[in-house]
Structure formats: C-alpha cells, structure tokens
Design a binder for this molecule. Structure first.
Ligand SMILES: [Zn+2]
Length: 115
C-alpha cells in the first residue's frame, strides 16, 4: 500500500506518483495535520483571573479559534500558588492559529481594559 504524503490518498496500483498532486508516493504516512493540532497547543497569555479567562475564551471561540484555558490548580494550595505565580491560569491555542489568536487577544485587551 502506498500513500500520497500531500493529500493522504491511498493507492494500491503500481504508480509511483500521486496523479492529483504529482507527489512521490510513500509507504508510511506522515502525521495528519488534524491530529497534530490536538497536541500542539501553545500558551499565548497568562490570565490574571477567572472572569477574564472565561470572557477571553468565549471571545476566541466566537472568532473560530479552539482556545482552551488551563487554570492553575489553586485549590491544592489554597490560592497561594496563584499569588506566587501572579496569574490565575494560562490561555492555550492550537499552534497553527497562534498568530490569529494573538491579534484577537490584542483587540480583546484593548476593548476590555481600555488600553
Ligand atoms: Zn496526492
């Protein structure tokens, strides 16, 4: 079984190149971008408090970015960890949407904090 590394189509015949993309066929597939996305989350912002976190998350999700917030586990330390770190949690976005997310983040901060 051969695969096209570009369009991920499988070919059973003796052809060596994908007729669609003209890519040389390979025996093993590279990781699919959709699967990579799940694991490639990058931190773009340190969230000061829960309310900002929730607002920011829904702002990005509304804009089509699959953002997620990762609260620091404050309950274990009775909030001491947050005070120590100086923030409440982290804002994570898929790596391939990082640039777009950062632009939206700037807009968000301008609009909600008047800066
Ligand atoms: Zn192809």
């Amino acid at each position: 079984m051969l695969f096209c590394p570009k369009c991920y189509t499988e070919y059973e015949s003796q052809i060596t190149h994908c007729p669609e993309c003209r890519e040389k066929l390979a025996y093993a597939l590279p990781p699919h971008p959709d699967q990579m996305e799940l694991f490639e989350m990058v931190e773009i912002y340190k969230i000061p408090d829960e309310i900002t976190g929730m607002a920011l998350n829904s702002f990005l999700v509304d804009a089509g970015i699959e953002a997620s917030i990762q609260p620091m586990e404050a309950s274990f330390y009775g909030g001491a960890l947050n005070v120590m770190l100086g923030y409440w949690g982290k804002l994570l976005v898929p790596r391939d949407e990082e640039t777009k997310a950062r632009k939206l983040l700037e807009t968000f901060i301008r609009e909600f904090h008047g800066k």
